[in-house]
Design a protein around this ligand. Structure first.
Ligand code: CDP
Length: 784
């Protein structure tokens, strides 16, 4: 009879999410649930203009209104050297405007009052006299000769250009293009969109006049990094700053940056000596906090006569808004865009990127994305489908012909990446099989013969997640490692504290599962804590699907460290040599005598009551994990659409998604992540757009204009999987959270383009709304 212990919640089990017990009952503890005694409220006055010089700010009436404690302007902040702050991309950003406003929604002044309503009423009584200037709303306009200078605050800044950045090899790429039989070009725009988490951003700053301790409750995906930035910017000693990130209602990258509201609330609490709360409303969130994308991209793919890819050339113009405050590793000006060769064995590539200031909100964040991999994946996957259509080849066959082969891993890409593992052909085959591809193609032909507009879109993305390695990836100089601290209590229950911070991804469940696997403690006996910098080990936070690749690895390794100590204690308890002990999940037994065993719970008790002479008491440890490389999840997504010629309306008939994220810790959570990401991808492809009129007014400042999908609009998803473990990750896992948002927009749009290809239509920029499709069809003379 097997003596193996049953351990609840090991890797591979779809255990229910422990956090849902409070979330589903409405018992979560989100920012706006926190009320402190004596707390004040802050409201921010924002600019109505995209570009204007501030002539004067009159705060007299506002200051005299009931309940008002203070009115804060840029001038006051400047007296404390806090009118400007550094950005994550090495630029500066106004906290409260002193000279000019540079985008609509920019922070101009703030009111601190006893109640939120009093603060908002007084804010509306502030009078600002503006001298309106020309607004610049695109990189094209930004680079035109004679365009108004946006950043005249910066010494030596003569134009609106921010950076030029290159990757790959220009000479070998040019040579390959010279020899090509065919070059396919795609010019496309990935428009500005917004992470739009359910909960907006906010904070409560509580600086105690008695102790000098600053406790800042903040909707932050990266509380430790924020603590360090605050210490550097404000000069407060870091041990006196405690950042607490409570339950977060989504983040998707929106909650990574430091926003001016956080700085003003903290300064106000410091000066007034009372806690100050600031919570954005929806419009503030949409018009002023980290947007995503806004990339204008041109890609050229060089091919030989047989359809083999020879080279890739890409140029992009990036619209960075008024301050270059992209949240990304310091060394990469265009994030990780140079993963743009994607899943294909392209011998050489050359990428050039230019960033421009415009009069739009700053802060390109990685919206469910690893620092611009989404834009890169979109471009290459769109280009590949267009090339297949132009060559008259089947999209799937063309991809398979050019995929990196399973035996080529670890694969060195033309732009310097080392892909850890993959089997792209297999993922494609599973997707095609699920789709019934051959039959489906016949069906498409038959429908087209009847005059229907229908098509299939494929995208075979490669992702790059789990930043660092720390030597190559840093945020403001902080190496991108992450951490886990594990304490096993005498009764065998455990506490796991992490440097990352969940925003709803289920970390309290999955990280406990890793410990269950490694130490044999049931996952339900492990409490996982994140988000309090006074108690959690230092980490760089959760974004870019880095939690599992980095903090998940730290968890496995700290558990193994404890297992090593447990072996020593077991050897003492069983009076057997360490090398004679066998580990079987949850217990050590003496080789050949499975009955002579000690469970991890017995060992934990002994760690506090009966340890060998000279050993430190307790069973706890910490691991700071600096990954040797990123992980490279991948997959194939396929979409079938039907388009109504009369209205231009697109209906997604089928959506098949095959993902490979290596070993799945909790398959149910992984599927949930994929459903969510495919829905967001659908929204980006068909609905969501933050755009601006010629005066720089933001169109898309509320959820009536900025359409996000609900279950009603979303397609039905058919999921499939393959499993190719990461060779360098301790449990073989890769990240998954962002894969579906990265991979799916191209699949949706490719389906539309495939459907419209018989009419010679090669591009429609997202969101692919009915009016655009209708106009494209009419431009080709197609009527009902
Ligand atoms: O960094 P973030 O948590 O956003 O992304 P992630 O590392 O991709 O993880 C998202 C959720 O899926 C977490 O709860 C993970 O532990 C879980 N996951 C999993 O169960 N198996 C994987 N191979 C990857 C993620």
């Amino acid at each position: 009879m097997s003596t193996e212990l049953h351990v609840h919640g090991r890797i591979g089990q779809s255990v229910k999410r422990v956090e849902d017990a409070r979330f589903l009952r409405g018992k979560g503890n989100f920012m706006d649930d926190i009320e402190l005694p004596n707390m004040l409220h802050m409201a921010i006055l924002r600019s109505p203009h995209a570009h204007a010089r501030i002539k004067s700010i009159d705060t007299a009436a506002a200051g005299a209104m009931p309940g008002v404690i203070a009115v804060v302007t840029g001038e006051l902040m400047a007296q404390h050297k806090l009118a400007w702050m550094p950005t994550m991309s090495g630029d500066t950003q106004a906290v409260l405007a002193t000279d000019k406003v540079r985008f609509q929604g920019q922070e101009v002044a703030a009111v601190i009052a006893e109640t939120k309503y009093q603060a908002e009423d007084a804010r509306d009584a502030i009078v600002v006299d503006y001298d309106v200037l020309q607004a610049v709303t695109s990189p094209q306009q930004s680079k035109e000769a004679g365009t108004v200078l946006i950043r005249d605050d910066k010494d030596g800044q003569k134009d609106n250009h921010i950076y030029h950045w290159e990757s790959g090899n220009q000479a070998t790429t040019q040579a390959a293009f010279a020899k090509a039989d065919k070059v396919v070009r795609l010019h496309t725009f990935y428009p500005r969109c917004h992470p739009a988490p359910l909960e907006t951003c906010g904070c409560i700053a509580d600086v105690s006049p008695a102790t000098g301790k600053a406790t800042i409750y903040m909707t932050s995906q990266a509380p430790h990094a924020i603590r360090t930035v605050f210490a550097l910017v404000t000069g407060l000693p870091e041990q006196n700053i405690r950042v607490v990130s409570p339950d977060l209602g989504g983040g998707f990258g929106n909650k990574v940056p430091v926003y001016p509201g956080y700085v003003v609330a903290t300064a106000a609490s410091l000066l007034i000596g009372r806690p100050v709360k600031w919570i954005e409303d929806r419009t503030e969130n949409l018009i002023s906090t980290g947007f995503a994308r806004d990339y204008h991209m041109t890609g050229d793919l060089a091919l030989d006569k047989d359809g083999k890819m020879l080279a890739l050339r890409v140029h992009l113009d990036s619209d960075n808004g008024a301050f270059f405050s992209d949240a990304q590793p310091s060394k990469f000006k265009a994030g990780l865009f140079h993963i743009v060769t994607g899943s294909y064995d392209i011998p050489t590539a050359h990428i050039t990127a230019d960033g421009y200031y415009t009069n739009k909100a700053p802060g390109g964040v990685a919206y469910r994305c690893s620092f611009r991999v989404t834009e890169a994946s979109y471009l290459i996957e769109r280009l590949v489908t267009n090339a297949a259509i132009e060559l008259g080849m089947d999209q799937a066959e063309f991809r398979k012909k050019n995929f990196i082969k399973a035996e080529q891993f670890p694969y060195h890409s033309a732009t310097g990446w080392v892909y850890d593992s993959g089997d792209y052909h297999k993922a494609m085959d599973v997707a095609l099989d699920k789709l019934g591809y051959d039959e489906l193609k016949k069906d498409v032909d038959a429908r087209r013969k009847k005059g229907e507009v229908t098509g299939i879109g494929i995208a075979s993305f490669t992702e790059v997640v789990g930043a660092g390695h720390g030597a190559d990836f840093d945020i403001l100089g902080l190496r991108m490692f992450d951490s886990a601290e594990l304490r096993v209590h005498p009764t065998g229950k455990a506490m796991l504290r992490m440097g990352v911070k969940s925003q709803g991804q289920g970390h309290e469940t999955t990280f406990a599962q890793i410990v269950a696997e490694e130490l044999g403690i049931p996952s339900t006996d492990i409490a996982v804590e994140e988000g309090d910098t006074d108690t959690a080990p230092y980490g760089l936070g959760t974004y870019a699907s880095r939690s599992t690749p980095v903090a998940g690895a730290a968890t496995a390794l700290v558990a193994r460290k404890l297992r090593d100590k447990a072996r020593k204690i077991a050897s003492h308890l069983l009076e057997a040599a360490e090398e004679d002990l066998v580990w079987e999940t949850g217990k050590f037994y003496v080789k050949g005598s499975p009955d002579r065993a000690k469970t991890i719970q017995e060992i934990a008790f002994a760690a506090y009551t009966n340890i060998p002479e000279g050993m430190e008491a307790g069973l706890e440890g910490v691991n700071y994990y600096d990954p040797p490389n990123m992980t490279f999840p991948f997959g194939t997504y396929a979409v079938v659409v039907d388009i109504d010629k009369g209205t231009g309306q697109t209906k997604v008939r089928r959506m098949v998604a095959v993902d490979d994220c290596g070993v799945r810790i909790n398959p149910m959570i992984v599927e949930g992540q994929i459903h969510g990401g495919l829905t967001e991808g659908y929204g980006i492809a068909f609905m969501e757009l933050i755009t601006f009129d010629a005066d720089g007014n933001c169109i898309g400042s509320n959820l009536m204009d900025y359409l996000i999908p609900t279950a009603w609009e979303s397609p039905k998803f058919e999921l499939g999987e393959t499993t190719t473990p990461s060779p360098h990750h301790p449990i073989g896992a890769k990240g998954v959270g962002e894969s579906p948002t990265v991979g799916s927009p191209a699949a949706y749009v490719n389906a539309v383009i495939d459907a419209l290809s018989p009419y010679g239509i090669t591009n429609i920029d997202m969101p692919v709304t009915s009016d655009k499709v209708w106009a494209a069809l009419r431009s080709k003379g197609v009527t009902e």
